[in-house]
Design a protein around this ligand. Structure first.
Ligand code: KMH
Ligand code: ZN
Length: 310
């Protein structure tokens, strides 16, 4: 079967470091974790950045530049910064990675929805050590809409074109797939599209097998062969349940501490590399092996490492 493109989501922009000591915070920690994930088999590393002193999600381009340059110096993994950012960031702040870094790929969020993380603060897991800002950040999501209006998306489509970057289309609910169809039909997004089904965020679709199959079927009805797809299950065991479905059905996979903090029911993940190793082992059981960055560049028609602005 076709090789599997494994993405590692390194640190995230909606979670807080108090949820796990494993979450990389400083640029060096993010670089090391991304290189380790690549060495474990990741083809793509999906990146956010954080304020080094506090761990607060950041849109600072200097931090992004330090991270993406640091990774590029060490290996040929595909570097995929977020345009999703984190709570409280403007669209301009979020999308600045496109004109500034002109990456080969970046994430593109395809609809607005409530993004509720406040149950994490309410749960009060024994291991949680939240700073005051972290509790406020999580509690603040009770009244937070992750905004991606049609006007926002039309603006960001133009920025992707300008930067020569391939958008990874993050779809959290089935309606987002029809938003993608609208953008394709208006000539704002190119075919083939690459869709990442991100399931399990509270406020969007659930990470169940049924909902995954429904979204995958809808995407294949809408885009036919002009589609490559992957899934990111948020939380455990969703991350690996969806990974298994993707591996069986010919899709690609996303794992990583941004979305999931557990390696198994018994063990919390200590590194992104071990989450990737588990995905590689699972892939082998379905006769699939990790794609190299060069193979993924071919699959996605990326512009190549030498064409980025970092
Ligand atoms: N953190 C994921 C739930 C993005 O960064 O653009 C969503 C995500 C999207 O990774
Ligand atoms: Zn992200």
């Amino acid at each position: 079967m076709e090789k599997v493109i494994i993405s590692a989501a390194i640190t995230g922009g909606m979670t807080v470091p108090g949820q796990s000591a494993a979450i990389p915070v400083t640029p060096d920690e993010i670089v090391e974790s991304a290189v380790g994930a690549h060495e474990a088999g990741a083809t793509i590393v999906h990146l956010h950045v954080r304020e080094p002193e506090t761990g607060k999600p950041s849109s600072d381009i200097g931090l992004f530049r330090e991270v993406v340059s640091g990774i590029k110096e060490r290996c040929d993994v595909i570097v995929q910064p977020t345009t999703g950012g984190g709570k409280g960031m403007s669209l301009e702040e979020r999308a600045a990675v496109l004109p500034e870094l002109e990456p080969e790929m970046a994430t593109f969020n395809t609809g607005s929805f409530n993004f509720g993380l406040f149950p994490i603060a309410e749960r009060g897991n024994p291991g949680d050590r939240f700073e005051e800002w972290e509790t406020d950040y999580l509690e603040g999501t009770r009244d937070y809409i992750f905004r991606n209006t049609f006007a926002d998306m039309e603006k960001v489509c133009a920025m992707f074109r300008e930067a020569g970057a391939k958008p990874e289309l993050e779809a959290y609910d089935v309606g987002h797939l029809y938003n993608i169809k609208y953008l394709v039909d208006r000539g704002l997004l190119d075919l083939p599209v690459h869709v990442q089904f991100v399931l399990g965020v509270m406020g969007a679709n659930a990470a169940t097998i049924d909902q995954f199959m429904h979204m995958r079927r809808t995407a294949t009805d809408l885009f036919g062969d002009d589609l490559t797809w992957s899934a990111a299950g948020v939380g455990y065991p969703a991350e690996y349940h969806l990974a298994a479905m993707c591996l069986m059905l010919g899709g690609h996979v996303r794992v990583g501490l941004e979305d999931n903090l557990r390696l198994s029911r018994a063990k919390r993940a200590e590194t992104n590399a071990e989450l990737v190793e588990k995905a590689v082992a699972l892939a082998a059981m379905f006769d699939r092996e990790p794609a190299t960055p060069a193979e993924a560049r071919e699959t996605f028609g990326l512009k190549g490492r030498s064409a980025v602005a970092f």
